[in-house]
Design a protein around this ligand. Structure first.
Ligand SMILES: Nc1nc2c(c(=O)[nH]1)N[C@H]1C(S)=C(S)[C@@H](COP(=O)(O)O)O[C@H]1N2
Ligand SMILES: [Mo]
Length: 194
C-alpha cells in the first residue's frame, strides 16, 4: 500500500466511527420553539421543572403537562399567508405560518370553547387575548417572513402576528400601536378556561 492510499484508508476508517456517532446523535427532534400549557387535551411533556425550565420559571409559568412543538411540528400544520404593513419599517411584508387556532387544535383545544390565551415572548412580554378574538383576527404563529425563517434575535423564531391593517378596530389605530397584541419571540401559549 502506498502512503497516499494508506492515509486515505486510515482517514476513512477514522471517519467511520465518527459518522456512526454523528448518525446516532442526530436528534429525532429539533429544539422546542413553542410550549403550550393550561387547558389542553394533548400533551407530550410533563410538568414545568423549576430548575431546568429556567426561562419559563423566571416568567412565573406553572404547568403539570404541556405540548411542545419544534419547527417541523409547526411546518407540518397547514400554513396561511398574510401581507401586513409592519410598524417597524412601514413596509408590507409576507408572513406565513399556522394560525394560533390551528396550533391550539393540535394541542387538543376545542376551538368553540371559551378560553383566554396568554401569548408570551422571550423578553417576558405577554398579552392575553380571547380565543374568539384570536380567530377573528386570524392571528398567526408566523415562522417565515418574505420566504425566510424568522430569526431569534430578530422577530422570531416565532411571531404571533396578524394583518392588523385589515381588521377593525386595529386597522384604525396608528401604525405604531396596531401591533401591541403581537409578541415577537413568542415561545409559550397558556390556555385559560374562561
Ligand atoms: N416580545 C415583545 N413583543 C412586543 C413588544 C415587546 O416589548 N416585546 N411590544 C409590543 C408593543 S406594545 C408594540 S406597539 C409592538 C412594537 O413594540 P416593539 O418596538 O417593542 O417591538 O410590539 C409588540 N410586541
Ligand atoms: Mo406599544
Amino acid at each position: 500500500m502506498n502512503k497516499r492510499a494508506f492515509l486515505a484508508t486510515s482517514a476513512l476508517v477514522g471517519l467511520m466511527p465518527l459518522t456512526a456517532l454523528a448518525a446516532a446523535k442526530t436528534p429525532a427532534r429539533g429544539p422546542v420553539l413553542l410550549t403550550v400549557s393550561g387547558a389542553i387535551m394533548r400533551s407530550n411533556r410533563g410538568a414545568l421543572d423549576p430548575a431546568l425550565d429556567q426561562m419559563m420559571a423566571k416568567h412565573g409559568l406553572k404547568f403539570d403537562r404541556a405540548m411542545a412543538f419544534d419547527a417541523v411540528d409547526l411546518y407540518r400544520l397547514p400554513a396561511v399567508t398574510i401581507r401586513p404593513t409592519l410598524e417597524y419599517d412601514a413596509k408590507p411584508h409576507t408572513l406565513s405560518g399556522p394560525l394560533v387556532s390551528t396550533v391550539l387544535a393540535a394541542a387538543g383545544v376545542a376551538l368553540d370553547g371559551a378560553f383566554t390565551i396568554g401569548l408570551r415572548a422571550v423578553d417576558g412580554y405577554n398579552v392575553n387575548v380571547s380565543l374568539a378574538e384570536l380567530q377573528r383576527m386570524r392571528m398567526l404563529v408566523a415562522t417565515h417572513m418574505d420566504g425566510k425563517p424568522l430569526a431569534l434575535g430578530g422577530l422570531g423564531p416565532l411571531w404571533a402576528v396578524f394583518d392588523a391593517g385589515a381588521v377593525a378596530p386595529y386597522k384604525d389605530q396608528p401604525l405604531k400601536e396596531r401591533f401591541a397584541q403581537c409578541p415577537w419571540g413568542l415561545y409559550h401559549m397558556d390556555v385559560q378556561k374562561t
